[in-house]
Design a protein around this ligand. Structure first.
Ligand code: ADP
Length: 397
């Protein structure tokens, strides 16, 4: 059975066609610059040459039509007919407090996605366009929504409430939601298996460290806490996002720099994080290089990043009352052995011991702790598309 996974951004659309009989990627691709001049589709199919189409894509509907053509193309395609696609799984950012479990899209689901435009102003409108485009291109084929907030929605009230007047939660559902949900769901589930833990009781901390970074604590795959909040701004220090700051910082910058709240929020989202501290780059490879060349602020940015992750691991080990496994994932987590080593150097009190030789790895599933380590530490590449495809299969079967 083949499942198409769609991830729509405001001007992009990523897709993967996955054969669920062996969970292999049959084809994948990317539509870029949707609604902007110079749009193009890049399509890659297993065992075939890459196929690039440069053609105007005024909307996501045109983008989906082009994806369908590429998938059925005589030379570069992989299916004869769209009827070979059993279902489409969509990554959808936000369902507010209405849904947490993945769901087959109907009119009510679309209404909820629309009602949450405020909560996900860049993503939810694009996600809805993607769903509607698929409905048009493949009438009768089920569309499934897999929520990026789904994993965090399972955290308990004491973890999701902000300590502000309760009426704001009641009136606006203003609470912590958490993001990167499909990644945390996938990696925590796989970590339980890889570390041979009790599937219902294993205590796992997942460090999703990329350009956007977040961390989660779960028991038996169920979220206990996660670091992002109402928006992806809260928590760890990221490429360009500040993570946790005293809210009074916003007022202070407004007053001193004569800016309004929106401008300062833009600074906290786009000009802060390791980029803000270092003034060098948001990219960890650039920072590592600059630090090696003696750039002190790049070094400070990396130190602060590592320290914040270690601090959260400590907090989550307390929230879980112990931890069985720690998994590193995403661009930095999967590739940056120095960051992993530096983070773990704070964790001796938990009985964490890293095997330097095993830690010398990139982008592959590997245990990096010693056999004697009290906590199993691993690199576990995330696979959000596969997580979405598995959810889709579960719902249509
Ligand atoms: P996004 O949040 O955009 O999905 P990714 O998970 O792709 O981000 O992570 C991107 C980050 O991973 C970049 O900062 C990049 O520098 C970092 N990265 C990728 N490869 C390496 C590497 N070999 N060493 C250090 N950092 C790396």
């Amino acid at each position: 059975m083949k499942i198409l996974v769609i991830n729509c951004g405001s001007s992009s659309l990523k897709y993967q066609l996955i054969d669920m009989d062996n969970e292999s990627v049959v084809a994948k691709g990317l539509c870029e610059r949707i609604g902007i001049e110079g749009s193009m589709l890049t399509h890659k199919a297993a065992g075939k040459e890459d196929y690039v189409v440069e053609k105007a894509m005024p909307t996501h509907v045109t983008a989906i039509e082009m994806v369908m053509e590429a998938l059925q193309d005589a030379t570069y395609g992989v299916i004869k007919d769209t009827s070979e696609i059993a279902a489409v799984g969509h990554r959808v950012l936000h369902a507010g407090t209405v849904y947490s479990d993945s769901i087959i899209v109907n009119e009510d689901v679309k209404r909820v996605i629309k009602e949450c435009f405020d909560l996900g102003p860049l993503h939810n409108p694009a996600n809805l366009m993607g769903i509607e485009a698929c409905e048009k291109a493949m009438p009768g084929t089920p569309n499934i929504a897999v929520w990026d907030t789904g994993f965090g929605m399972k955290m308990p009230e004491k973890a999701y409430l902000y300590a502000i007047p309760y009426e704001y939660f009641e009136k606006y559902s203003l609470r912590r939601y958490g993001f990167h949900g499909t990644s945390h769901m996938f990696v925590s589930g796989e970590a339980l298996k890889f570390a041979n833990l009790d599937p219902g009781k294993g205590k796992v901390i997942v460090c999703h460290l990329g350009n956007g970074s977040s961390i989660s604590a779960s028991i038996g795959g169920k979220c206990v806490d996660t670091s992002m909040g109402l928006t992806p701004l809260e928590g760890l220090i990221m490429g360009t996002r500040s993570g946790d700051v005293d809210a009074a910082v916003v007022q202070y910058i407004c007053n001193k720099e004569n800016k309004d709240v929106n401008e300062v929020l833009n600074i906290l989202n786009k000009k802060s994080g390791v980029l803000g501290i270092s003034g060098v780059s948001s990219d960890f490879r650039d920072l590592g290089k600059a630090a090696d060349e003696g750039n002190e602020r790049a070094k400070t940015a990396l130190d602060a990043f590592v320290y914040r992750v270690a601090k959260y691991i400590g907090a989550y080990a307390a929230a879980l009352n112990g931890v069985d496994a720690i998994a590193f994932t995403a661009g930095v987590g999967e590739n940056d052995m120095k960051a992993r080593k530096d983070i773990c150097s704070y964790l001796g009190y938990l009985g964490v011991e890293i095997d330097d030789e095993a830690n010398n790895c990139r982008g592959k599933r590997q245990m990096i702790s010693t056999p004697d380590s009290k906590v199993k530490v691993m690199v576990l590449p995330t696979n959000e598309e596969l997580a979405i495809a598995r959810e889709t299969l579960r719902l249509v079967q």
